[in-house]
Design a protein around this ligand. Structure first.
Ligand SMILES: Nc1ncnc2c1ncn2[C@@H]1O[C@H](COP(=O)(O)OP(=O)(O)OP(=O)(O)O)[C@@H](O)[C@H]1O
Ligand SMILES: [Mg+2]
Length: 177
């Protein structure tokens, strides 16, 4: 089965991105799939939702994956709750991602840093879910460059639906994927 990499996005904050990431992840793991949640957000929501350390050392976060000398050892953690049939793992982000986001601005192949890691050190999971910041920027671009699927949360109004369509299409084409 080909790996599904799901980007959960929105053009607003506080609209359930992390809630959905955790719930879809848990439900799929419950159905027997191996799932990993990659937290690219700068806030502590994912660690809070999963009962994990809100201020882990950098090497225990996805910031380590972005470091130039990453050796392929993805720092994966398990939530404090639940024992689904499949594997449910988490690579935490948090405040360390503020620096990662700004360093990306001057980095070579910046949009593809995560894509390069996926190619060199593939994750074995059937489903990868990317939880990103609400603000569109470098951290969303690296996520979009690896996404095979997108889920965009919108209000049910024609204006919002048009906006979501534009958001998906333009960001993908701007980074050339
Ligand atoms: N369906 C829902 N019903 C009621 N409350 C909800 C629902 N979904 C999420 N919430 C609550 O709304 C708040 C924001 O949710 P969440 O953190 O998932 O949003 P987010 O889009 O990830 O936010 P951010 O942009 O800050 O990362 C949380 O307190 C969450 O518990
Ligand atoms: Mg969130």
């Amino acid at each position: 089965m080909k790996q599904v990499v799901l980007w959960i996005g929105a053009n607003a904050g506080g609209v359930s991105k992390t809630t959905l990431t955790v719930h879809i992840g848990y439900e799929m793991a419950k159905r027997g799939f191996d799932v990993v949640l990659l937290d690219l957000d700068t806030n502590v929501s994912m660690s809070q939702f999963c009962g994990l350390d809100k201020d882990p050392p950098l090497e225990q976060t996805i910031a380590a994956v972005f470091s130039e000398d990453f050796d392929g050892n993805w720092p994966l953690l398990m939530p404090e709750w639940g024992k689904p049939k499949g594997k449910l793992q988490i690579c935490l982000g948090g405040p360390v991602m503020i620096q990662v986001g700004s360093d990306l601005a001057v980095r070579n192949r910046r949009e593809y840093v995560l894509a390069d890691r996926f190619e060199d050190f593939p994750l074995p999971h059937q489903l990868v879910i990317l939880d990103c910041p609400a603000t569109l920027g470098n951290l969303n671009d690296v996520a979009l460059a690896v996404a095979t699927h997108m889920l965009i949360l919108v209000e049910l109004s024609p204006k919002s639906l048009t906006g979501a369509n534009v958001l998906g299409a333009t960001r993908k084409s701007e980074i050339g994927v």
